[in-house]
Design a protein around this ligand. Structure first.
Ligand code: UDH
Ligand code: NGS
Length: 269
């Protein structure tokens, strides 16, 4: 006879579902990037976060498991601010989540049903901006300080965005053929529109973000091909996506506040 692998016993009581509107949110937050942020301090202030940057609310069962994914290269000091601000916010939002830093792709242990992609330098100014997925792809970073707290253009999908596994599969994942800076977020926007989905966004007063000011990374010049490429998403999205991504995982290391995945992504053709 079939034996269930994990029986809920007295040590694992069934917790009630986490509330749709988390009660402990504080609303508008003061975000600043002036004093340096030692990782030890962030670690000390977030004792509930488990190795690898994993967290599960102690008092309720969340509906989703959220992977927060940060594309990353040489921005340790940005990451420290990001971890400092985001861990307490995500905890207050009563999410079951894990933080993954993709040190220049993702095969993971736990079954995630929601994937949130965040630039390392973007911190939300309001914890009512809930980092979860819905029935349409979600754009979170809609009112960034550098754009005067507005969308720079109606089709902007950059900064912080989230898709459920089904939504991600429906658009054949993200394009892999953009190198250098710009346009990849517009390509993702096109994929979403072309597959008949609509972007969902928070209220403009809540979707506010501070960006840590910085210079352009080395070897990340604007890609001169980006304008022609975003005209051709309809053609390219069939071949360029989940099935065509090539990478080699060099190292997976569990840090106290995040999981660091170092990936060799090759070089432009
Ligand atoms: N990133 C990578 N790999 C790279 C380059 C960037 O993963 O090779 C990540 C980076 O860590 C960040 C995200 O991609 O999480 C966005 O990169 P960015 O913050 O450099 O992009 P942004 O558009 O800035 O914010 C571009 C340079 C603007 C210079 C303005 C000078 N005043
Ligand atoms: C658009 C880029 C996007 C970029 C956005 C904001 O022009 O990739 O500006 O850029 N699209 C193209 O270049 C085709 S920002 O002001 O953050 O540097 O996200």
């Amino acid at each position: 006879p079939e034996v269930p692998s994990a029986l809920p016993g007295p040590t694992a009581p069934t917790l009630p579902p986490c509330p749709d509107s988390p009660p402990g949110l504080v609303g508008r937050l003061l975000i600043e990037f002036t004093s340096p942020m030692p990782l030890e301090r962030v670690q000390r202030e977030n004792p509930g976060v488990l190795m690898g940057g994993r967290y599960t609310p102690p008092d309720c069962t969340p509906a989703q498991t959220v992977a927060v994914i940060i594309p990353f290269r040489h921005r340790e000091h940005h990451l420290r601010y990001w971890l400092h601000y985001l861990h307490p916010i995500l905890r207050r939002q009563r999410l079951r989540y894990g933080v993954y830093v993709i040190n220049q792709a993702l095969k993971e242990d736990a079954a995630y049903d929601c994937f949130i992609f965040s630039d390392v330098d973007l911190v939300p100014m309001d914890d009512r901006n809930l980092y979860r997925c819905g029935d349409q792809p979600r754009h979170f970073a809609i009112a960034m300080d550098k754009f005067g707290f507005r969308l720079p253009y109606a089709g902007y999908f950059g900064g912080v965005s989230g898709l459920s596994k089904a939504q991600f599969l429906r658009i054949n994942g993200f394009p892999n053929e953009y190198w250098g800076w710009g346009g990849e977020d517009d390509d993702i926007f096109n994929r979403i529109s072309l597959t008949g989905m609509k972007i969902s966004r928070p209220d403009i007063r809540i979707g506010r973000y501070r960006m840590i000011k910085h210079d352009r990374d080395k070897h990340n010049e604007p890609n001169p091909q980006r304008f022609t490429k975003i005209q051709n998403t309809k053609l390219t999205m069939k071949r360029d996506g989940i099935g065509s991504v090539r990478y080699q995982v060099l190292e997976v290391s569990r840090q106290p506040l995040f999981t660091n995945i170092t990936v060799d992504i090759g070089r432009p053709p």
